[in-house]
Design a binder for this molecule. Structure first.
Ligand code: FAD
Ligand code: SIN
Length: 530
């Protein structure tokens, strides 16, 4: 065992996206804050958010309308008390974001230029051009960097949360009073795994898009938080509800997939099949602005029936100057591959985008593990139900970052540090013989999930996926036991577990609901694709 060191902090945050950053800024006046993040400080799903953040900010809109739209999108599975709380707290949280320095686009008269996206009955999305997340991450990181109580450790990979299990106690999912004492984190600069002890730990590790072969999520989105909590016997739920964004740029072989924001459809862009038909009215009266699950399934069906690899998003009828001004990032990206969005249609395909389920939390952001809170995409608060309404996730992360901070501030001084945490055990491990054992398994996992557990599922597909995934799991656990820790190995292991949780939850849901569509349980009102 080599020398390792442990650190102590009042508040430990895993992840530097919007959820972790907002929590950090709120708890910092009360104690020492340590934020660890596995890549560069700003690398996160947050940084790539395009469309914006949903909140009621004008009189023509109302909380009731936003609540209604969220409940409809969630297909009967939202927790209404959570929906009401998040939506009614939204204006206050957005105002704080603006006070922290985030800029949102305004019209000439000074009012906010509110966008509209699928499933919203009103224009209510605050945005910064088509790179809202970049602007939010920039503003919040600037505040965090300037705060004397906050330290960020970048390139630190959280491997496991520390619980009584590490003190030799047998724990299963019905053990009462599981406690979190901090995390074991791999310092990617030294290669050492250190223990970081905390009174309160916040899990803010974001999503898991990389469990599929095609995703809009950056490389960091590997479901680490969900996997760590599940392994620690914490409660995880609703994992079958994986959201596929309808319109990622069709660019075979390029990962992550570049997103074409839904705000473009809110701006008037229309989906067409390769024959040029505006096909969405055949599927839903809201046409191209129906909720995401419906649009993604419709596109999937069109592609499968017609044997085509993509559909088109058509902006050619829109004011070219306004189009370019509103969507400069998309304009430039498309231009770089020879597409002029003012005159050419954009080839698009659905791509894995968002994890609606995750670590189960209550309204105070508490998980089933004591002193462990969760916020943002890694959590399952009850807001999204079976399908997240567009631009509600940045909002959820802000509201729960705030609620988690309140919980932490109230309780942290009552929590004692443990003094008996063992060092990370590296006995019996050696450097990997061949990286291909990891990289090929990841490709296999992604192929299994994309082929059998995608937009349309069935009992036989799920069973086949499970059978194959269990083989990968056995091989990877073997490898893990005898191999030096690396991010690639930990991420593979986490993604396999996330895949397992998605499949198991999907198998248990004996209906088609929200984002989970099964050919074995067709919905009377929808066309099934094959
Ligand atoms: P993230 O922002 O993903 O941050 C997670 C952090 O955890 C990262 O810093 C990561 O490095 C770190 N981390 C992960 N695992 C570990 C580990 N093991 N150890 C240490 N650190 C770790 N939502 C909207 O509401 N509106 C939008 O317009 C919108 N557009 C989007 C566009 C794209 C392309 C994508 C991908 C998502 C979009 N979303 C949008 C979703 C939204 O961006 C995310 O749900 C949200 O940003 C998640 O924030 P978070 O803080 O929970 O996680
Ligand atoms: C988008 O801009 O289309 C993404 C919005 C979201 O994921 O909420």
């Amino acid at each position: 065992m080599h020398a390792q060191h442990s650190r102590k902090t009042d508040f430990l945050i895993i992840g530097s996206g919007i959820a972790g950053l907002s929590f950090a800024l709120k708890v910092a006046p009360f104690g020492k804050v340590l934020m660890i993040t596995k890549s560069n400080e700003d690398e996160s799903n947050t940084k790539y958010a395009q469309g914006g953040i949903a909140a009621v900010t004008v009189e023509s809109d109302s909380f009731e309308k936003h609540i209604h739209d969220t409940l409809v999108a969630g297909d009967g599975l939202c927790d209404e008390a959570v929906v009401r709380t998040v939506i009614s707290e939204a204006p206050e949280r957005v105002k704080e974001l603006i006070d922290w320095g985030a800029r949102f686009d305004r019209r000439a008269d000074g009012s906010y230029d509110l966008g509209k996206e699928g499933g919203h009955s009103e224009h209510r999305i605050l945005h910064h051009k088509d790179n809202t997340g970049f602007e939010i991450e920039r503003a919040m990181l600037e505040q965090v960097r300037n705060h004397p109580n906050i330290e960020i450790l970048d390139h630190h990979f959280a491997v496991e949360i520390i619980t009584q299990h590490h003190l030799g106690m047998y724990i299963n999912s019905s053990t009462p009073g599981i406690e979190c004492y901090g995390v074991y984190a791999l310092n990617l600069r030294t290669g050492k795994t250190d223990s970081i002890l905390a009174r309160i730990t916040l899990m803010a590790t974001g999503g898991a898009g990389n469990v599929y072969a095609s995703t809009t999520n950056p490389k960091i989105a590997t479901g680490d938080g969900v996997a760590m909590v599940y392994r620690a016997k914490g409660r995880v739920e609703n994992m079958e509800f994986i959201q596929f964004h309808p319109t990622a740029l069709y660019e075979p072989g390029v990962q992550p997939s570049f997103l074409i924001t839904e705000a473009m459809r809110g701006f008037g862009a229309i989906l067409r099949n390769q024959e040029g038909e505006d096909f969405m009215p055949r599927y839903d009266h809201r046409a191209s602005l129906a909720p995401r699950d419906i649009v993604a399934r419709a596109i999937d069906n069109e592609m499968k029936q017609r044997g085509e690899e993509f559909v088109y998003l058509d902006c050619r009828h829109l004011d070219p100057t306004a189009l370019q001004a509103h969507f400069p990032t998309i304009f430039e990206k498309c231009k770089s591959i020879g597409i002029d969005i003012r005159t050419d249609m954009i080839p698009v395909v659905p791509s894995c985008h968002y994890m609606c389920g995750g670590i189960k939390t209550d309204l105070q952001a508490k998980t089933s593990i004591q002193n462990l809170l969760a916020a943002g995409e890694c959590s399952s608060t009850g807001l999204h139900g079976g399908n997240r309404l567009a631009s509600n996730s940045l909002l959820e992360a802000l509201v729960y970052g705030h609620r988690a901070a309140q919980t932490a501030i109230e309780s942290f001084s009552l929590v004692e540090f443990r003094t008996d945490i063992p060092d990370w055990d590296i006995k019996g491990t050696a450097d990997p013989e061949e990286m291909v054992l990891i990289t090929q398994s990841l490709r296999e996992l992604q192929a299994i999930m994309s082929s059998y557990v995608g937009i349309v599922r069935s009992n036989i597909r799920l069973q086949r996926a499970l059978d194959r995934l269990l083989i990968l799991n056995r091989e990877t656990e073997n490898l893990y036991r005898r191999t030096t820790l690396s991010p690639a190995l930990c991420e593979l292991r986490n993604l396999i577990l996330v895949g397992y949780l998605i499949i198991k939850s999907a198998m248990q849901r004996k209906e088609s609901r929200g984002l989970h569509y099964s050919l074995d349980f067709p919905r009377a009102t929808e066309k099934a694709s094959v």
